[in-house]
Design a protein around this ligand. Structure first.
Ligand SMILES: Nc1ncnc2c1ncn2[C@@H]1O[C@H](COP(=O)(O)OP(=O)(O)OP(=O)(O)O)[C@@H](O)[C@H]1O
Length: 295
């Protein structure tokens, strides 16, 4: 367990973090979500021991916890080969000899770049550089992997690869702390999430718990259905050629619509529950969509 207590950080006049309290259980993938400038990177740098002049306290319940940190900005020497870069980081993490050679090989396999090990980094695509950047943090088999927006600017193939890698790290029981402003990624990868906005912790909890607490499913109906048919008491929004109905009782509304369709011999193209999204949770907490602020 990582316990973050009352952590604050100022850069000159900028309050980057304000009284953050968080507990991160072992073995989970923990998402940090917030718009640009929210304070995610600062918190990660504090966790990684890069930013040291902060207020508050940080406690790792396990003694001698090892950390791997994947920075937001790619930190590789472009004129050297992928192998030379990985080897360099391995040495920084204290590996040598057979152990270093074994881990370098294993990491190249994990990031799917074995056949490009001898190529210079400057010949790599953005996605390949990201994968190599991640690999550099895994050489010493850390207990905790901190990843700061590791999929920014990557192609779909590399993104898939990064996701597989994270699933594999989860299976190995690693704790992963993952910052992103892509909600879909957090929903796919993370068990827990903390929303940060303007340096403040807005809310945190398990993804399932937050979804059920803040966002209700909606009902979607699509077909030859005029707005008036849905009645005036419903909050209705037109989307993707159909209607989204916000309702406190989604199952009842669904059943009611099905009954009415049957009675009137209307066959909708689609009649379904729309699952709530983390984006909706963020919106209900802050009144803004994450992407309004994100790049
Ligand atoms: N070294 C620094 N010097 C001065 N201000 C900084 C420094 N690092 C971050 N900040 C400021 O602190 C605030 C939080 O920045 P931080 O990078 O932690 O946010 P973030 O949520 O990671 O944003 P992004 O998604 O854009 O990386 C911002 O206002 C930023 O401009």
């Amino acid at each position: 367990m990582i316990t973050i207590k009352n952590v604050s950080k100022v850069y000159g006049k900028i309050q980057a973090l304000q009284s953050i309290d968080l507990s991160i259980p072992d073995g989970v993938c923990y998402g940090l979500v917030g718009p640009n400038g929210a304070g995610k990177s600062t918190l990660m740098k504090i966790l990684a021991g890069i930013v040291k002049d902060y207020n508050g306290s940080l406690n790792f319940s396990k003694k001698n916890t090892s950390l791997g940190y994947v920075p937001q900005d790619i930190c590789l020497e472009e004129t050297l080969s992928a192998f030379a870069n990985i080897n360099f980081y391995g040495k920084i993490y204290g590996l040598k000899g057979q152990k270093l050679a074994h881990r370098v090989k294993a990491v190249f396999d994990e990031i799917g770049l074995t056949d490009r090990a001898k190529s210079k980094v400057k010949t790599f695509s953005g996605g390949m550089k990201r994968r190599l950047n991640i690999g550099c943090a895994l050489l010493h088999e850390p207990d905790i992997v901190i990843m700061d927006e590791p999929t920014v600017g990557v192609d779909p193939q590399s993104r898939r690869h990064i996701f597989q890698l994270i699933h594999s790290l989860k299976k190995q029981g690693k704790t992963i702390i993952y910052a992103s402003h892509y909600m879909e990624e957090i929903e796919t990868l993370c068990d827990h999430v903390a929303f940060i906005d303007n340096g403040k912790l807005i809310e945190q909890g398990s993804v399932t718990e937050l979804l059920s607490r803040y966002a209700k499913p909606e009902v979607f109906i699509k077909g030859d259905i005029p707005r008036a048919w849905l009645g005036t008491e419903q909050t209705v929004q037109h989307k993707d050629g159909g209607w989204i109905l916000a309702t406190p009782n989604p199952l009842e509304t669904l059943a009611d619509l099905a009954t009415r369709c049957k009675k009137q011999n209307i066959i909708p193209v689609q009649l379904s529950l729309m699952q709530p999204r983390l984006e909706d949770v963020f919106f209900s907490l802050t009144g803004t969509a994450l992407r309004d602020n994100a790049s």
